[in-house]
Design a protein around this ligand. Structure first.
Ligand code: ADP
Length: 505
């Protein structure tokens, strides 16, 4: 028998990637393409869905070429995606009615206030696991229906479809206007504010509160089953599409966090820590989200607690693109190493408000503690430390919710290439930080979900067997110094809050 492969499509926030994996979970070919980040107003972030779909087509072709295979060598395809980013399109023409509104976008703050009313932002939490916040896709769908001329009438007539980018890619891959399937998986659906965590179905009365016709919503499926096949004469003709996981859940899967209490943190554009809580729904008392971790076919759903941090690697991009004090992301480490410590500077990157554990959309970025002594080195260091401190706050919340302290943290994502950051992370967490050999855990997780559905892999045991440790950082900072600097970080956070008044633009 000739060797077979699984293709993972990773439709991320800043780029689309496609990666071909072999049966050992090793990478044999990669395609990657960035796409435009559109910032029409302060706090607004959009993507062009057509550009996203074009980028997916390009990277799939590139990955197959890089692997030296053709589509018939693929046994199945998995999709993983930036979560919460909302696309609304016309099912008759395939045309989006508006740009995709990206997860970081804060324009829906007034919608959040209106929906929360007197009951507050936690009014749906016992059903959906989430507070009302700009982050989640439901508020973004409502914005499009409220603000794009004619959209509501077209939605009510049954002409419009909503999807996160997994659904958008799946619909296009499987035929688009010619029979494309309109489905999503439980992990993506759990980020809309519209799905009941226990029944795994859309909640009609929450949809009604939002004014979202249920005919727009994709069918909710497991994370590992055959949703459809590549369309005839299309990109991946006849190949089953059989795995979907939101990017953070995919990374959790790819990191083999299958036991209760195992956790991973992904350091990309933002930072996302997920802890497996098994088949029980655990509600957070400490500002974390309750979310679906994964569901394999007919098996029971597995849940997770999540701490989401909006700005991590994107702060390094901001130093590069807006301040222009570095030419590339890795240079931030060289700049940070020109100084011994942060020189008293703390940088709270609340560009999209503060996510976990605070959930404050009235916060904005703050650089505090500056004196005449400070240099760009201190700023670079403070920017890196911001990621580590935010992660510490999330870990504290996880420990409190779980009732036991985490023993070690599995890490992945672009920022883990930064050794200075990872050592500081271990220092401020006080636990070992561990990176796997295959750092592309997000794509890997989607590939596993797709491969398990078609019997290419047996199940979680194969994922565990393939996982290998590449690097470990061990805490090495004086405990008193950790306490001192963490206390100052927390003080800095208070300075970023309550910045947005009615007249702040
Ligand atoms: P995403 O999947 O969210 O697009 P990635 O996992 O590809 O993100 O990580 C890219 C992010 O990591 C970028 O925001 C970039 O600024 C940051 N990054 C990449 N290399 C480094 C580095 N050496 N030091 C710090 N940040 C880095």
């Amino acid at each position: 028998m000739t060797e077979k492969f699984v293709l993972a499509i990773d439709q991320g926030t800043t780029s689309s990637r496609a990666i071909v994996f072999n049966h050992s979970g090793q990478i044999v070919g990669v395609g990657q393409q960035e796409f435009e980040q559109i910032f029409p107003n302060p706090g607004w972030v959009e993507h062009n869905p057509i550009e996203i779909w074009d980028s997916v087509r390009t990277v799939v072709a590139d990955a197959l070429v890089a692997a030296g295979i053709n589509k018939d060598d693929l046994i199945s395809v998995g999709i993983t995606n930036q979560r919460e980013t909302a696309v609304v399109w016309d099912k008759n023409t395939g045309e989006p009615v508006y740009n995709a509104i990206v997860w970081q976008d804060t324009r829906t703050a007034p919608i959040v206030r209106e929906l929360a009313g007197d009951e507050g932002v936690e009014k749906y939490k016992d059903r959906v696991g989430l507070p009302l916040a700009t982050y989640f896709s439901g508020t973004k769908i409502k914005w499009i229906l409220d603000n794009v001329e004619g959209a509501r009438a077209r939605a009510e007539a049954g002409d419009l479809l909503f999807g996160t980018t997994d659904s958008w890619v799946l619909w296009n891959l499987t035929g688009g206007t010619e029979g494309g399937v309109h489905k999503t998986d439980v992990t993506n659906a759990s980020r809309t504010l519209l799905m009941n965590l226990k029944t795994l179905e859309w909640e009609p009365d929450i949809c009604a509160d939002f004014g979202i016709p249920m005919s727009m919503l994709p069918q909710i499926c497991s994370s590992s089953e055959v949703y459809g096949h590549g369309r005839e004469h299309g990109l991946l003709t006849g190949i089953p599409i059989s795995g979907i996981l939101g990017d953070q859940q995919a990374a959790t899967f790819g990191q083999a966090c299958f036991e209760i209490g195992m956790a991973k943190n992904t350091y990309g554009t933002g930072c996302f820590m997920l802890m497996n809580t098994g088949e029980e729904v655990v509600f957070s008392q400490n500002g974390l989200l309750t979310t679906l971790c994964y569901k394999i076919g007919d098996q029971k759903a597995v849940y997770a607690l999540e701490g989401s941090i909006a700005v991590a690697g994107s702060l390094i991009q901001w130093l590069r693109d807006n301040l222009k004090i570095i030419g590339s992301a890795p240079e931030v480490e060289d700049m940070a190493l020109t100084v011994e410590d942060n020189g008293g500077v703390y940088f709270v990157p609340a560009f999209s408000g503060l996510f976990a554990p605070y959930w404050r959309d009235d916060a904005r970025g703050a650089i505090v503690g500056m004196t005449r002594y400070n240099t760009q080195g201190h700023l670079a260091r403070a920017a890196l430390e911001a990621t580590a401190f935010q992660t510490r706050e999330v870990l504290d919340a996880m420990d409190a919710d779980a009732g036991v302290a985490l023993k070690e943290l599995r890490v992945d994502g672009g920022m883990i290439a930064n050794n200075t950051l990872m050592q500081f992370q271990a220092d401020v967490l006080g636990v070992d930080v561990v990176a796997p050999v295959v750092a592309e855990t997000t794509a890997l997780g989607a590939a596993y979900a797709a491969g398990i559905a078609v019997g290419f892999w047996e199940g979680e045991a194969d994922v565990i067997a393939n996982w290998q440790e590449a690097k470990r950082w061990t805490p090495n900072m004086d405990e008193k110094e950790v306490q001192r600097t963490y206390r100052l970080w927390k003080k800095a956070v208070t300075k970023s809050m309550a910045w947005v008044d009615e007249d702040v633009k």
